[in-house]
Every structure is written in structure tokens, then in C-alpha cells.
Design a protein around this ligand. Structure first.
Ligand SMILES: Nc1nc2c(c(=O)[nH]1)N[C@H]1C(S)=C(S)[C@@H](COP(=O)(O)OP(=O)(O)OC[C@H]3O[C@@H](n4cnc5c(=O)[nH]c(N)nc54)[C@H](O)[C@@H]3O)O[C@H]1N2
Ligand SMILES: Nc1nc2c(c(=O)[nH]1)N[C@H]1C(S)=C(S)[C@@H](COP(=O)(O)OP(=O)(O)OC[C@H]3O[C@@H](n4cnc5c(=O)[nH]c(N)nc54)[C@H](O)[C@@H]3O)O[C@H]1N2
Ligand SMILES: [Mo]
Length: 646
């Protein structure tokens, strides 16, 4: 019988994958019965098998002795972790230990790492993030909750505006729904500075926008709607607070200014204004638009535009940033550990390097992430890492991050775990994942490994329970709310039926309305309503480091040694030529790239794929460790570089 797993990669789609065995060989294919996957998957999902059997996979713990790694047993490695954690806690307090994690593995059972550190007494942990934090916070200010219409609702829209998402590459199952809606008559627009694969779809009208200027576009459309008397006054009066103030403010963002700032023609802005003046419109936001210092205000401005046009909480009309459904039902030990973490303190994730120094961190434990590749300004971060006396890392591969650690502990693959996987990005289902293979002996299955640590450290409050008991506990609220058993959840993917979350126009804000004026934002030191913050400008080239079809973030680059390609138009390239090897640099660092002339790009904008390791040319050697104005998002795309002939 084929086994079914769920892709554990950090992606919108979290596909259901069938693992077929034939004559001792294994094959991964899309699960036809899953309502989202529908039988097709991408190469990244297929590669779970390659990763599990990969020649470079870490199979034994490695301890650095005199600068060189030596293999040790898992038992010895665990004992060293126990010794080190106890020692630093005793000498400097548990907060001298820093914990860093991300979403390199999406299964629930490996979420126990954070809980472990709470029971340990609380350590230094991060807030903010690398992925969606500015837009997430913006959505919270406006709507009080981060929910979107069900995925089958798109077919009810007359217009779909994809705003800074590249679903053909990053969210391929959304394309089914967009195609379906288009066939049913929906017009599809894309607003993106880059001619992406999504932009090239024949039915998509692509509007090319200067990076970080979408806020001006949204505010100018608001003021144009009002000028024409096309705003939805009744919706605004019934469901929002503060629209008059925002209406006044939006008048400052004139059409002439917007054309200059965004690079969009008058005709196209008129067309978009019409789109928002009639019919039902769904805006699908991506995460690229908020990787800027002004990223939160951009998302607030687009949310406001949807409110001004009445496109919120209606069938076929809403703004979709993310969709936190299942996560609201996670309960039990995972959610209640905070009370044990008395010494817990938070550092802004983007600024990790500064906090390592400022807090004189003694020990670092890293799981499910590759910060020395994926964080911004990794030269600075590496230098900070070098000051930390003892670093522990868990991963399947010897990444640049693991290379910098003193102790590396190999971890299991999703194929070796019984698991539940869910995401708040797109696929709305809670998905079960079967165990296909036993784990190699000296590899840690994090669920049991953290329990082992807790036992050895005598953390008496830590729940040492079977995995099934853990799932029952963590899913307790969901199980009781929907009267469903764990067994049933294992049999079939489960979705919370909540198709138009704001249909009643009851928002989770303090006022219960859409807060175009947000007291919470004001309390957080921001402006009460969204504003247009002009992005940093420079005579150098702006670097957009976007996501690639061939890999998910940095996973998959152990097999790639070639240098990355960087694209600009011929005007920006000046005398450099197509195919030439060049040095791309700024005050943070430099990398070698192969130049590609792409005249579809705007002036002084370069694109490169993120995820390449240091051996090939990691783009984060160049990015600035800057935060967005809200939500603590890394503003990766406010980075400027120059080119030099190599
Ligand atoms: N194949 C693949 N799939 C993935 C990933 C991957 O690495 N590879 N990563 C996963 C993860 S972690 C995430 S967060 C998502 C990301 O998914 P997306 O949000 O779809 O992808 P990004 O590349 O982050 O950015 C989307 C688009 O934003 C555009 N953009 C950049 N700046 C601006 C701007 O100022 N304005 C506008 N309007 N657009 C702008 C970029 O050109 C890009 O086309 O994808 C997930 N899926
Ligand atoms: N310049 C630039 N940088 C970016 C972005 C960008 O657009 N531009 N995008 C950002 C975004 S959206 C994101 S989400 C982040 C992602 O940042 P990360 O989450 O750090 O990226 P990944 O490459 O997915 O790294 C995850 C690591 O976890 C390991 N891993 C996989 N499974 C397991 C497991 O079960 N246990 C453990 N312990 N480890 C495991 C993988 O081998 C991999 O090394 O990167 C960000 N970085
Ligand atoms: Mo992400």
C-alpha cells in the first residue's frame, strides 16, 4: 500500500504526496484524492525522497574539536547539550541561551522546541520575522484577525488583483482557482515590478510598478474613487472607523506624484480605479510587497482600498493576505508553556547579530532554519556567531549555519515521522502525514529528543507523553469544537468550514469595525492611519532577491555549486554584457554573479534568486539587516548594490 505524506516545506500549498514502492525503489507522486493537491506536486515536494537518501545527509552527530568535526554518538551529543545548557544557566541565567528557529519543517510535533525552552525557564527568543510579519501586523491593525475567504470563493469574483505574489512559482495550486475564475469571466490583474511567470500568462494584465511604491498607488486609487463619487459610502459608514481622515489624507497623494513615483501610466491607474469601482474584486497579496521598510503601510493602504471599494467580507470580494484558521485551534501544552518561561525575553529577529553582542549570549541553539544563509547581512551575523562560546544546530545537512556550530545534531526527514502539517498561507487543511521509513539510529527525532533532554535536565513540568497523546492534546480544542476524533483526522484531511470570515462584518478589532484609524497602531508608535512612506532611494541598483521555482528557500542548494544569475536591463548594465561574470557589492559584502540582460526590468532594479549558499554566492551577504516599520519584518528589498567587472 502506498503511504501518504504531507510536504513539510514552508509553502502555501503543503501538498499531499503518495510514496509508492516498486521493486525496492520509491517514487513520489501527487495525491489525487487531496482537495488541494489534486494529483500534482512540484519538484521540491518530490525531492523529499532524494533528501532522505542523499549522500550528504547527516547521519551522525558531529562535535567540533580543534576546529574540525568529529563523529560522536547521539547519546554523547545529548549529554553535551545537557551539560552546556545547565552550565550556562547556572553561571549566567537561562536567558544567556538564545533559541533560533524558523519554518524549515512544518510539522506540529517539532514545535516542541519552543515549549522545551519555556520549561527550561525561558531563554532569549525572537519576535518579528523573515517572511510575512509586516503585512501580518498591518492586517491585524485593520481587521483584528488574519483570515481570508475560502479557496473556492475566487470563482465568484469579477476581478482578481494579484498584488505582489507569484503563484505560478510559489503557490501553484492557487493557479487552478485563478484559471477557473478566469474561465468563469473574471479579469485578472498582476501588480509586480518584475515580469514573472505569472505576468506572462496570456490572460493576465500585468501592471509594472516601481518597487516599494504600491502604497502610493493604493492611496491614489482611493482618492480617485472619492473624486468620482465611486467609493462605497454605505460600506464605509457601516463598517469602518476613520474613513474621513484617510480620505482627506489620500488627497495628498496626487495623480502626478503617483505616476512619477510608481512608474505606472495614467491610463493604467484609471483602469485600476475602475476595477475597484465596480463588480466584486478579490485582492491576492503576496509577501514580496512588504519586504521593505514601508511594507506594513503598503499592506494597510491596500486593505484600506478594499474597504473604500466595499471589497471586504463579501462572497467573491476580499483581500487575502494570509489565513489563520487551524492555528486558532491549537491548544494544550504547546500553548500553555509560556507560564514556565519566567526568564524569557524577546529580541527582534532581524537584529539577532546586535542582540547576540548586546546581551553577551553564551549559547545558541538553532533548529529548522538556516540563518547564516536566509537572514539579512550574514557577514555581520557570522561575526556575531563567532562570539558565542557554544552553538548547537539541528539539521539534515551541513549548511553554512551548521558549519559554524560547535555541535551538529542530525534530524529526521518528514518521511521518518508520523505528523500533522498545516499552514496559514493557502492550503486550509489539517493534513496527516504517515511515517514511511524508520529513522537512522543516530539521528534525532526532535519530538523524542527534546523529551529526552527535559528528562535528563529534570524539567519536571515538561509533558513526557506519547506522540498520539501529544497530538490529542495539541489538537484538543479542534477535536472538541468540531466533535471529531484523532483517528478521523488521520484518515482524512480536515478543513474548518468558515468560508467568508467577515461576512457578518464583525471584525476582531477593539471597535469591532475595520480600523482605518487604529489606536493600537498609534500605541505602537505608528501613525493612526496608513501613510505613504517614501522608500529609501539611491543612485545604486535596488536588489530584489525573490523566490525560485527550483527550490524552497535554501533547501536544495547542497546540490548547486554554480554562481547565481543576476538580471538587469541593458541601461542599468551600462558597459557590462550578457553572460559576463561580475562582482555585485555594497558595504555589507560582495558575491560573484553571472549577468543576464533582461530588458523587461525597470531601470536600476536587479533580480536574483534567494537561497544560494555561501559556496555559490549567498545574496544575503549583500542585504541590509533593516526592519520594516511594523511587525519586525526584514526589509530585504531595500538593499542597493553596484556592479563591477570581475
Ligand atoms: N518554489 C517555491 N515556492 C515557494 C518558496 C520558494 O522559495 N520556492 N517560498 C515559500 C515562502 S517561504 C514564501 S514566503 C512564499 C513567497 O511567495 P510570494 O510572495 O509569491 O513570492 P516572493 O518571491 O516573496 O514575492 C512575490 C512577488 O513580489 C514581487 N515584489 C517585490 N517587490 C514588490 C513591490 O514593491 N511591489 C509589488 N507589487 N510586488 C513586489 C516580486 O517581484 C515577486 O514576483 O512562497 C513559498 N513558496
Ligand atoms: N534575501 C532574501 N532572503 C530571504 C527571503 C527573501 O525573499 N530574500 N525570504 C525569507 C523567507 S520568506 C523565509 S520564510 C526565510 C526562510 O528561512 P529558513 O527557514 O531559515 O530557510 P530554509 O532554507 O527553509 O531553511 C530551513 C533549514 O531547516 C532544515 N530542516 C528541514 N527539515 C528539518 C527538520 O525537521 N528539523 C530541523 N532541525 N531542520 C530541518 C533544512 O535542511 C534547512 O537547512 O528566508 C527569508 N530570507
Ligand atoms: Mo517565507
Amino acid at each position: 500500500m502506498n503511504k501518504k505524506i504531507t510536504c513539510s516545506l514552508d509553502c502555501f500549498d503543503i501538498c499531499s504526496i503518495e510514496i509508492e514502492e516498486k521493486d525496492g525503489k520509491y517514487l513520489a507522486k501527487g495525491d489525487k484524492s487531496h482537495p488541494v493537491t489534486k494529483g500534482y506536486i512540484c519538484n521540491n515536494g518530490r525531492r523529499h525522497l532524494d533528501r532522505r537518501f542523499h549522500k550528504d545527509r547527516l547521519l551522525k552527530p558531529l562535535l567540533k574539536v580543534d576546529g574540525k568535526f568529529e563523529e560522536i554518538s547521539l547519546e554523547r551529543a545529548t549529554d553535551i547539550v545537557v551539560e552546556k545548557l545547565s552550565e550556562y544557566k547556572r553561571k549566567y541565567g537561562s536567558e544567556s541561551i538564545m533559541f533560533f528557529t524558523d519554518c524549515g519543517y512544518g510539522g506540529m510535533s517539532k514545535e516542541v522546541d519552543g515549549m522545551f525552552f519555556d520549561h527550561f525557564g525561558g531563554v532569549s527568543v525572537h519576535e518579528g520575522g523573515l517572511c510575512w510579519s509586516a503585512g501580518d501586523q498591518a492586517t491585524k491593525y485593520d481587521f483584528g484577525d488574519n483570515k481570508a475567504n475560502g479557496i473556492n470563493d475566487l470563482v465568484n469574483s469579477h476581478n482578481i488583483v494579484i498584488w505582489g505574489r507569484n503563484p505560478v512559482v510559489t503557490n501553484m495550486h492557487l493557479m487552478d482557482k485563478i484559471n477557473e475564475a478566469n474561465k468563469a469571466g473574471a479579469k485578472v490583474y498582476l501588480i509586480d515590478p518584475v515580469v514573472t511567470r505569472t505576468a506572462k500568462l496570456p490572460y493576465v494584465k500585468h501592471i509594472q510598478v516601481n518597487p516599494a511604491t504600491d502604497g502610493a498607488l493604493a492611496l491614489n486609487i482611493i482618492s480617485s474613487l472619492v473624486e468620482n463619487g465611486w467609493e462605497n459610502r454605505k460600506f464605509l459608514e457601516d463598517n469602518t472607523i476613520g474613513y474621513e481622515r484617510l480620505m482627506e489624507y489620500s488627497k495628498n497623494i496626487t495623480r502626478d506624484f503617483t505616476i512619477l513615483e510608481t512608474g505606472i501610466s495614467n491610463e493604467d491607474i484609471n483602469e485600476l480605479t475602475e476595477v475597484f469601482s465596480k463588480g466584486k474584486t478579490t485582492v491576492i497579496l503576496g509577501y514580496g510587497i512588504q519586504r521593505y521598510k514601508n511594507g506594513g503601510n503598503t499592506v494597510r493602504a491596500i486593505n484600506a482600498l478594499c474597504a473604500f471599494s466595499g471589497n471586504v467580507g463579501e462572497v467573491g470580494a476580499h483581500v487575502y493576505y494570509n489565513n489563520k484558521r487551524i492555528t486558532r485551534y491549537i491548544s494544550g501544552h504547546l500553548k500553555e508553556s509560556d507560564k514556565f518561561g519566567k526568564s524569557k525575553r524577546y529580541y527582534p529577529k532581524t537584529l539577532m547579530a546586535d542582540y547576540i553582542k548586546e546581551w553577551d549570549i553564551k549559547c545558541l541553539l538553532i533548529t529548522k532554519s538556516n540563518p547564516l544563509v536566509q537572514m539579512a547581512n550574514v557577514n555581520k551575523l557570522k561575526e556575531a556567531f563567532q562570539r558565542v562560546p557554544f552553538k548547537i544546530g539541528l539539521d539534515m545537512f551541513m549548511t553554512d549555519t551548521m558549519e559554524s556550530c560547535d555541535l551538529v545534531i542530525p534530524c529526521t526527514s518528514i518521511l521518518e515521522e508520523e505528523e500533522f502539517v498545516f499552514s496559514s498561507m493557502y492550503n486550509p487543511y489539517l493534513n496527516y502525514s504517515q511515517k514511511v521509513f524508520d529513522k537512522p539510529r543516530e539521528v534525532a527525532s526532535e519530538y523524542f529528543w527534546f523529551a529526552d533532554l527535559a528528562e535528563k535536565l529534570n524539567l519536571s513540568s515538561y509533558p513526557i507523553i506519547s506522540k498520539d497523546e501529544f497530538f490529542k492534546n495539541a489538537l484538543g480544542k479542534l477535536i472538541s469544537s468540531f466533535d471529531i476524533s484523532l483517528e478521523k483526522l488521520k484518515e482524512e484531511a480536515f478543513k474548518i468550514n468558515d468560508d467568508v470570515p467577515f461576512e457578518e462584518k464583525k471584525f476582531k478589532t477593539e471597535s469591532g469595525k475595520i480600523e482605518l484609524l487604529s489606536k493600537r497602531a498609534l500605541e505602537d508608535g505608528l501613525t493612526e492611519h496608513c501613510i505613504y512612506m517614501e522608500a529609501p532611494k539611491s543612485s545604486d541598483i535596488r536588489l530584489l532577491s525573490i523566490h525560485w521555482k527550483e527550490t524552497i528557500n535554501s533547501q536544495g542548494f547542497m546540490d548547486i555549486d554554480d554562481i547565481p544569475e543576476i538580471s538587469v536591463n541593458c541601461k542599468t548594465a551600462k558597459d557590462l554584457t550578457d553572460g559576463e561574470i561580475i562582482t555585485v557589492k555594497n558595504e555589507n559584502g560582495k558575491i560573484k554573479c553571472r549577468l543576464k540582460i533582461d530588458n523587461s526590468l525597470m531601470d536600476d532594479v536587479a533580480t536574483i534568486y534567494q537561497g544560494f549558499w555561501w559556496k555559490s554566492g549567498c545574496v544575503n551577504l549583500l542585504t541590509d539587516d533593516l526592519e520594516s516599520e511594523m511587525g519586525g519584518q526584514t526589509a530585504y528589498y531595500d538593499t542597493f548594490v553596484t556592479f563591477e567587472r570581475s
